[in-house]
Design a protein around this ligand. Sequence first.
Ligand SMILES: [Zn+2]
Length: 360
Amino acid sequence: MDGPYLAAVDIGGTKITVSIANISGILVKLYRPVQLEGDNLAVPAQVDFLVGHACEQIGIERDEITALGVSTCGPFGIRDGELVLVAPNLCGGLANERGIIPNDWTEIPLQRELSRIYNKIHIENDGISAVTAERMFGAGKGEDNVVYITWSTGIGSGAYVNGRLIRGKNGNAPHIGHIYLVDDGPRCGCGNFGDMEALASGVAIARDYKSRVTAVDMTSEDVTAEGVTGGSVTAEDVFNLFRKGDPEAKSVITNAARYFARGLVSINAILDTRVFIIGGSVFMNNRHILLPLVKEEFCKSFPALSKDVEFRPSALDSYLGDLAALCLVMPDDWGRQWQEKRPWEFAPESIVLSTNSTLK
Ligand SMILES: [Zn+2]
């Protein structure tokens, strides 16, 4: 297999995924649950471990990697001119509820550590890298005014305005999930009360349903029939109950969709976009339920701003993580070839590494 090689790194709240590609396609992909123990260099060390392991799988050396594209959960801060992760879902020292995340980190010096090992790296938050990938290869092709939103466990986004990617001073624009929507609402993982993520995310849907059935009757047969007993209700359970006609589930999901749409109304008032691309597991698995609800609420808002806005589901969906990180460092000629041949559709199966695996 011929180089040059690019590495794609996707850092989420639960796992880190690494892929290596050359111009013909993705050669290897592997992931491992993210380990949040030890000092605050643990995450960059796991990235390097996974890149090393991926190189070993395809028989190349680490220094044959030309560039590393990193798409990660945020938000970011800047320390001594270099980007640091200040993410409450990774850093125990920033989390609202202490003790759930087994560390006391307040930041992760990702850029400093990775640039010690790799010559060329480009790090962006996962909303920004996702909109870049959708505009290059997916549902945003040819669009100069486009916003991508992920509707998943959390809510994130990235945006192009007049053909330019907007980043902001620390690369956090637009962190749409943390737009305030109501007074005295539930608390978000970020510490805000009543923001979009606290009201509409997958976590919010599960929490909202659980609090309602607990208040009414915790042993409701509908709930136990779904295997939803005791403390564990997932957003997917609530959507399944919705499909079976459960009125509480319907009410919870309709509310979440309404809040989600109001977040879009706010971001559209600021950015005057043309296309919203929506991805993420909560949306993609249930888009036939959610899209009509979101559109209906959105279209109730100020017509002069809302009438020419289009909604599209993510076209890259399960490929988005790899492509989002890769497109940050992909040369133009390579990008053009990929637009034509779509080699990501033929990527090999992911290799799952356990947390105690070590390099040979
Ligand atoms: Zn928030």
